[in-house]
Structures are given as C-alpha cells and as structure tokens.
Design a protein around this ligand. Structure first.
Ligand code: SF4
Length: 219
C-alpha cells in the first residue's frame, strides 16, 4: 500500500474515532509566540507562560523595551525561560522591522516559500513552528510534523526510521488528504498522547494494528 493511501486510512479512522477537532486560532504572531513557548513543555504550562506574558506585556512593542530578565520571569512556568525570553525579544524585533506594529498578518499574503523562509530565519523556529504559523495563523492547509507525529509515522511505516522531522514535512506535503492537513496534525497529536505513546503505547486500543511495524504490544 502506498504512503498516501495509508495516510488516508489513518485520517479516516481518526476522524471516525474522535470527530473533527477544534482548530486553535489566533493571529500569526500569537501562534508563533505560543508555538515557541510550547517547546520542551506541556500545553498547560505553555498557556500559563503565554497568559503571564500577555498580562505583563499586553502590547507586543512593550516587550521590545523590556529587559530580558523581566520577560523570563513571566515565562518561568514553561521552562527554558531565559532562552525563550531572548528568542521572543529577537523575534518581535524582526517582525517589527519587517511589518511594523500589528500581528504579522502580512505574512499570510506572502507566497509560501517566502513566508517559510522568513519564519525559518527566526531564532528557535524550525519547520514545525513555521508550518503551525501558516496553518493556524493564516488558515493554510499545511501539515506540521511534531515528535508524536514523527514517532507514529515511523511505527506505521509511513516514514523510514532515518527520516528527520524536517524531511518529513517535505515528504508528507503532497501526500496528506487535501483539506485535512490541520485536522490530521491535531488528531495524530491526540492519538500520540492518548494511545500510541512514546513509552508504553496502548496497543489494545490501536486504530491501525494491521499497519503497524512496531507493535502491537502493550505497555
Ligand atoms: S500497534 Fe501500538 S505502537 Fe503500533 S501504531 Fe498502534 S498503538 Fe502505536
């Protein structure tokens, strides 16, 4: 079976099991900041850090004038707060330089290649974050690949073991069922947290046992 056909089966079964997921929304800059803050932490701590940041700096330009230490204090719940503070400040500075004040909406009007090139040049921004910004901040049908998705894809034989997350974005782009890229992204993350976990996957609940090269096994 071809990878595209397997992906279509995976998508169909996940939709059947969980329904269409709610897509996170926000301006491109909000999505960018949230995604940077989500690195190395869980959703709850990311949200706590984001809320603390916006309470202290309700306008992005306030962040430009603030000492890094003060930004880092807000980001404490999400960990790596000094590194994230440094990156955020630089990101907002570059966004400001390119688009002036606002929420970086201009990026949605760029061609995909130019938009990705701007985002990937920002500190701490890799393909997953860049794709998330366009997918959820600009409403583009794109498939960001995170660690859950990479792991499941390898277990299901959709990707070779040696493929990196970066390469996976290019490989999957033409194969994901059209119009379903964001849903598949969200559903696979949920599936990776609840069932096909990194350690101790719950294989008795697997939706695709016949496709798996790794299991089935139970943790
Ligand atoms: S059988 Fe287990 S390891 Fe394989 S895809 Fe299903 S949950 Fe994941």
């Amino acid at each position: 079976m071809l990878v595209g056909e397997k992906l279509a089966i995976v998508c169909e079964r996940l939709l059947e099991r969980y329904g269409v997921p709610d897509r996170p929304t926000g301006s491109p800059l909000e999505v960018l900041v949230r995604t940077v803050l989500s690195q190395n932490t869980n959703d709850r701590n990311r949200d706590r850090a984001y809320e603390a940041l916006r309470r202290r700096f309700p306008r992005w330009e306030m962040l430009l004038a603030a000492p890094e230490e003060e930004i880092a204090r807000c980001l404490r719940p999400g960990g790596l707060n000094h590194q994230k503070a440094r990156r955020l400040k630089e990101i907002v500075k570059r966004v400001w330089r390119r688009w002036g004040q606002g929420e970086m909406e201009g990026i949605c009007k760029l061609g995909r290649r130019e938009a990705l090139s701007f985002l990937l040049d920002l500190p701490g921004v890799g393909p997953k974050t860049a794709y998330c910004v366009l997918a959820f901040g600009c409403d583009v049908d794109l498939f960001p690949v995170d660690t859950h998705i990479l792991r499941i894809a390898k277990r299901l034989g959709l990707l070779d073991e040696r493929v990196t997350a970066e390469e996976a974005h290019r490989i999957f782009a033409p194969l994901v069922p059209p119009g379903r890229a964001r849903d598949l992204h969200l559903l696979l993350i949920r599936y990776g947290r609840e069932v096909c976990r990194a350690r101790g996957p719950l294989c008795h609940r697997c939706l695709f046992p016949e496709l798996c090269l790794y299991g089935p096994r139970d943790g």
